[in-house]
Design a protein around this ligand. Structure first.
Ligand code: GRF
Length: 229
């Protein structure tokens, strides 16, 4: 085999690295970890960073033997300084993908640009509906008949960037924000590993223009999740 081909074959067999940023309980991180341990994520979680010392997700990572870092936003005078430290910690592990999993900080434009195309988020609404907080209550207040969750690449806009994968469910007549959140969260746990796998296996292409999957345009709402294995 010519040396260049050998090199590319070797490169493609290297395990992909995922870094997770979280602030809270970490149930989405747990679902990614489960998928990784089952060998269906397409990579391994090599680092978990929290901005909060008491985040449940940190404990999950430590118990699983995953490297953790605490970058406490309260110790940084500015958002820029906090994001700079985050970027430095991330760069040390050279992640193929940075996954936001309940990370409750708005990231600066510099940070987003630095990790553009390898920065994903999950949001508990049918984006572009309801960016920001209290998504379920807003859906109920609006009388929506459907709710759901969306995985998207991160752009400079809050909960913006092209949608990759979206899952929907019907709103029940007796739903309140908590019951709806719980049902949507189950969907989140199913779709995030799928979207991460698509990224790591090179099926998604986004160069700040159109998002493609397997070379074909992804709808503005993202691919619609069906019972994918
Ligand atoms: C999820 O609902 C996610 O969509 C949102 O934050 C929540 C995080 O939950 N971005 P968890 O910490 O993953 O359990």
């Amino acid at each position: 085999m010519p040396r260049s081909e050998w090199n590319s074959a070797r490169a493609s067999s290297v395990t992909k690295r995922i870094a997770v940023l979280l602030s809270g309980r970490g149930s989405n991180f747990q679902s990614l970890l489960n998928a990784s341990q089952q060998g269906v994520l397409g990579g391994e979680i090599s680092l978990v960073i929290s901005n909060r010392p008491g985040a449940g997700g940190l404990k999950i990572a430590q118990e699983a033997g995953i490297e953790t870092a605490l970058v406490n936003h309260q110790r940084y005078a500015t958002r820029e300084a906090f994001d700079q430290e985050l970027a430095t910690v991330l760069d040390a592990t050279q992640p193929d993908l940075v996954v936001l999993a309940g990370f409750m900080r708005i990231l600066t434009a510099d940070f987003v640009t630095r990790f553009s195309g390898r920065l994903m988020n999950i949001h508990p609404s049918l984006l572009p509906l309801y960016p920001g907080l209290h998504t379920h209550q807003r859906a109920l207040d609006n009388g929506d008949r459907c709710a759901g969750a969306t995985v998207h690449y991160v752009s400079g806009e809050l909960d913006g960037g092209p949608a990759v994968l979206q899952a929907r469910l019907p709103v029940n007549s007796g739903d309140d924000a908590d019951t709806l959140a719980a049902r949507v969260l189950e969907l989140e746990h199913r779709i995030y590993p799928v979207a991460v796998n698509w990224h790591l296996s090179g099926r998604l292409t986004w160069d700040r223009g159109e998002l493609l999957k397997d070379g074909l345009p992804v709808p503005a709402t993202g691919e619609v999740w069906e019972d994918l294995p």
